[in-house]
Structure formats: structure tokens, C-alpha cells
Design a protein around this ligand. Structure first.
Ligand SMILES: [Zn+2]
Length: 266
């Protein structure tokens, strides 16, 4: 599932490739993805305009138009964003295609139709209406500790709760907890201040390193758990076999040696 690093890569793709080109047509192949508009509504909003800026909050990408309007793209479980050069065929599962006057195009691709496209008045308005927490990369240690103090339950579900911290899902919560040496089922309330500080630092370094790796597991540092998150995978730190457990309703991968279930491994 696309999480903060993946969406940041799509944001940069939009910013680097797709700005300042006049939008000629918008083709929506899956109108059920449209949240608050219709095919015609989205077409009217975009036609004749240009994307002029790209913002991100958590897992949401906001494409700003030169008219001042915004289009929000959420990538659901499997979505992505592709820029196609003139004449390039749209990929399979292309659900929404912005075709530019120069014949290049921007494709919103989603194998499963679980994403969302909306037209908020601004990113801020959307974030407020959806009651999203602060973006994970914008949270300093104090904001992180204040968020933890309001939470009960397991640390993994807190990290994944978009209303507490926006941007982290199943994969990156596992990585952050692995790097911090914290078991995914530890209760938030039982983590010491020192451990919380370590989780916060790991959240930043993991997300930043993943962005540097273009969110591609093959390019991630050797110290990362992500490429090993499968049965028989070996811990990059102690070479022990990694294990899975149900946490926050999902399958969490972790190392039983490096992440013991005592909740304050200072
Ligand atoms: Zn280990």
C-alpha cells in the first residue's frame, strides 16, 4: 500500500514532470473513485488549466491548478501515478488520465479500485474535514509525545492511525518499530520517554531514507527490515529468523530477538 514515502515520490514526479502543461482532456475510467465530483465536474475543473504546484499530507497528494482549484489523489491499496511521454500508451488499470495539449499525460493507476479522487477547496480544508493528524515528517518530538499521551492500545495501531499521525501504514510502522527495537504489540502507555524519543527519531530517519531510496525496497539500506518482510526472512541485525504476529488488525513482521515484548527496552 502506498505510504508516505511512495506518495512523496509521486508528488515529486508530478512536480518535476507534469507542471505548466495545458490540460486538454480528463478521462475517468472508474467514476466510483470520484468522491465529491462527477466525470463532467472533474473535466470542467481541469480543462484548459495547468497543474501549478504539488503538495502532500500523509498519504494524500494534492495537485494545485493555476485556477486555484485542487485535486486530491489518494492511492488506496495499490495505486500509483505515472507520467507518460507523448504517444506512450496508458498502463493497464489506468483509472484517470489527464491528457495535456502536448500529448503527454498523467495517469492515476490502481489495480484495485480502492483509491479516492476529490476536489477540496484547499489541502488544509481536506485535512480538517478528514480529521487527519499532522504529517509524520512535520511532527517534532514534543508533538509526538503529546500524541502518544492521548493514546491507549498498541504502539503499531497508534503509528498507523491517520487521525494521530498521517502517512504511516503497515509496512513503515513495522520498519520504524524494528529500527527502534520495540515490539509491535507494546502498549503506547508503557513506553518510557526515552523509548518514545527513539521511536520518533526512527520515524524520521526511516521515512527520509525510504524517500532517498525512491520508496523501492531494492534500493533501501541493508539495515532495513522491509526487503525481509516474508516467511523465512532473516533479521538484518542479528540474522535470526523474523516472525509475524497479528497487531492492529494486520500482519506485523518483527525480529523476536531485537524486539522483545518487554515494553521499555532502554
Ligand atoms: Zn534481530
Amino acid at each position: 500500500m502506498p505510504e508516505l514515502p511512495d506518495v512523496e515520490i509521486y508528488r515529486r514526479r508530478l512536480e518535476d514532470r507534469a507542471l505548466h502543461q495545458r490540460i486538454d482532456t480528463v478521462h475517468v475510467a472508474a467514476p466510483e473513485l470520484l468522491n465529491d465530483t462527477s466525470r463532467q465536474g472533474l473535466g470542467r475543473l481541469a480543462h484548459g488549466h495547468r497543474f501549478s504546484l504539488a503538495r502532500r499530507h500523509g498519504k494524500c497528494l494534492f495537485a494545485g491548478l493555476d485556477s486555484g482549484s485542487w485535486i486530491m489523489l489518494h492511492f488506496g491499496m495499490s495505486g500509483s501515478l505515472a507520467y507518460l511521454e507523448r504517444g506512450e500508451e496508458p498502463p493497464r488499470y489506468c483509472r484517470c488520465l489527464f491528457r495535456f495539449a502536448n500529448r503527454a499525460s498523467l495517469a492515476y493507476v490502481a489495480r484495485r479500485k480502492l483509491g479516492r479522487i476529490a476536489t477540496p477547496t484547499s489541502p488544509r480544508a481536506y485535512v480538517d474535514a478528514e480529521a487527519l493528524g499532522p504529517d509524520a515528517l512535520d511532527m517534532d518530538a514534543d508533538a509526538f509525545a503529546a500524541s502518544a499521551a492521548k493514546r491507549r492500545g498498541q504502539v503499531k495501531s497508534w503509528l498507523m492511525d491517520q487521525g494521530s499521525i498521517a502517512g504511516i501504514g503497515n509496512v513503515y510502522s513495522d520498519e520504524i518499530l524494528f529500527q527502534a527495537g520495540v515490539h509491535p504489540r507494546c502498549a503506547v502507555g508503557e513506553l518510557s520517554g526515552k523509548t518514545l524519543g527513539r521511536v520518533h527519531r526512527c520515524m524520521h530517519t526511516v521515512l527520509e531514507q525510504a524517500i532517498d531510496a525512491a520508496a523501492d525496497p531494492e534500493n533501501m539500506p541493508d539495515s532495513f527490515l522491509i526487503p525481509k518482510r516474508k516467511k523465512g526472512g532473516r533479521c538484518p541485525r542479528c540474522a535470526g529468523e523474523i516472525a509475524s504476529v497479528k497487531a492492529a488488525g494486520r500482519t506485523a513482521w518483527f525480529c523476536p530477538n531485537c524486539q522483545p515484548q518487554t515494553c521499555s527496552p532502554d
